[in-house]
Write a protein that binds this ligand. Structure first.
Ligand code: ZN
Length: 142
């Protein structure tokens, strides 16, 4: 299994702080100051109550695997060479489900519900991609 490529993300004014944090190994989430909803993807308003009063919070970087698929066919350069690779939704401890890749293990070692933790892959462009790997010591465990 080859390494996945690390293409630089598209950074917008709304996501600039989020991506800057990834370079420091930090996963940021946006939380509504009015209703407490944790917002994904990062944006300056709350999709639940419409409030513009939202703040950055630092995520634990932990979660569980919600669902996944193993990609065997891909025409995307870089990804094609990395096959098979895993595309997944991870449910963060804070609530949101984020689309990501699972790395650090073979696809046949992956199962729904397994604990995972975030890892960052440097894009070389001042930020990093968030991916997840199996978490050998999930919070609340041993
Ligand atoms: Zn809200």
């Amino acid at each position: 299994m080859n390494e996945l490529p690390n293409p630089a993300p598209t950074v917008t004014p709304d996501t600039e702080e989020f991506w800057a944090a990834t370079a420091r190994g930090t996963l940021l989430l946006r939380r509504c100051d009015r209703c407490g909803s944790v917002i994904w993807y990062p944006r300056p308003f709350c999709p639940e109550c419409g409030s513009l009063e939202t703040s950055w919070i630092e995520a634990s970087g932990r979660g569980t695997l919600y669902t996944f698929t193993v990609v065997h066919r891909s025409g995307i350069p870089g990804y094609r060479e990395a096959r098979p690779y895993v595309v997944a939704y991870v449910e963060l401890t804070e609530g949101p489900r984020v689309m990501t890749n699972i790395v650090g293990c073979e696809p046949d070692e992956i199962e729904v519900g397994m604990p995972v933790r975030v890892v960052f892959h440097d894009t070389g462009q001042g930020n990093a991609l968030y991916r997840f790997e199996p978490d050998p010591s999930p919070a609340g465990g041993g």
